[in-house]
Design a protein around this ligand. Structure first.
Ligand SMILES: [Zn+2]
Ligand SMILES: [Zn+2]
Ligand SMILES: [Zn+2]
Length: 328
């Protein structure tokens, strides 16, 4: 990202937005959610999609938070990055570019989270960590919006269910954060639901990048999170693993239907009814590195055709080596 000129990114952005506006009027429903054999839910193409064509646009994020190190220079509401913004006088953590952003954020979500963030920040005084962690803030907001009746219990469960790996690791730190959220919000959501949400924020999130190449936060999308992984995926983000935000248009308001920010495009021709797959990890990684990351972060052993093929090649090599070794 760092090598890309700002001007080039700005025009790429315009092209993206023009394209998305054009396509909004067309048949957008190129994918459908269905149950796949042995895989649970999966996304399938409803018609032939040519290489390079959009497969889907992003739905509004269900969870998002700004990275701790970017808080001081990113508007909490519209994600504009600049210096000299006004800080929330209560939590002393959220920064806003102007009054209207502050008012909008306050009305929609910040009034619920601000007192808890303030208390958390006070506890952190004197420690090396300055602000409540990103994933904690993302989950806290969702839980509070659920408590306020702005997110239904079924919608909350749908997000939590994205974490369905039975062999997911347990993490003491996350357990503690889940306990804090449960206690501070007095939510009726279970602690295991909160723990799942923390896991989802960790494993299903995409980085938010500005058009000048800075990474400023992360967010989770419900629909694309249902696409299964492949190490040789047939679809990809228009920017790999990155959601680009247009600084000019203020379209980030959680849970509001607004213009899509980025899209998934076909890496190759996709046949009608073919499953849509995305890579959860960098596909440039070697077999062992990919498998390790998928197991550690996502809790599953990849058995995609590429992994199977590469594993077979490895076994063949080993057998040949063993033959050589047995001759000596
Ligand atoms: Zn703003
Ligand atoms: Zn505040
Ligand atoms: Zn694989």
């Amino acid at each position: 990202m760092t090598n890309i000129q700002v001007g080039a990114m700005a025009s790429a952005n315009n092209a993206l937005i023009n394209l998305s506006m054009e396509l909004t009027n067309l048949d957008m429903d190129l994918t459908v959610l269905a149950n796949a054999k042995a895989k649970g839910q999966a996304l399938f193409a409803t018609k032939f999609i040519k290489k390079g064509e959009p497969v889907m646009f992003l739905d509004p994020p269900v969870m998002m938070a700004i990275d701790s190190e970017s808080l001081h220079r990113t508007c909490y509401s519209c994600l504009v990055t600049k210096s000299g913004m006004g800080r929330c006088g209560q939590c002393k953590m959220a920064y806003f570019c102007d009054k209207s952003c502050r008012n909008q954020a306050w009305k929609n979500y910040h009034k619920y989270e601000c007192p808890i963030l303030r208390d958390f920040k006070e506890v952190l005084t004197g420690s090396s960590i300055k602000d409540p962690p990103r994933n904690f803030r993302a989950v806290l907001r969702l839980i509070l919006l659920h408590k306020a009746g702005k997110v239904s219990t079924s919608a909350l469960q749908e997000v939590a269910d994205l974490w369905h790996r039975a062999n997911g690791r347990t993490d003491e730190h996350d357990n503690m954060l889940a306990q804090v959220i449960k206690g501070a919000t007095e939510t009726d959501a279970s602690q295991s639901c909160i723990l799942s949400l923390l896991r989802v924020m960790e494993s299903n999130c995409y980085n938010i990048g500005t058009f000048s190449g800075d990474l400023i936060g992360a967010e989770v999308y419900l629909k694309i999170s249902r696409a299964n992984h492949s190490c040789a995926p047939n679809a990809t983000f228009s920017h790999w693993g990155l959601v680009m935000w247009d600084r000019q248009s203020k379209y980030l308001t959680l849970f509001d239907k607004q213009m899509p920010a980025a899209m998934i495009v076909a890496r190759q021709d996709i046949a009608k009814e073919e499953e849509i797959t995305l890579a959860y990890v960098d596909i440039e990684l070697e077999l062992e590195a990919r498998k390790h990351r998928l197991r550690y972060v996502y809790g599953f052993d990849c058995a995609c055709p590429r992994c199977e093929k590469e594993e077979a090649l490895c076994r063949e090599k080993e057998q040949k080596l063993q033959k050589i070794a047995s001759r000596t």
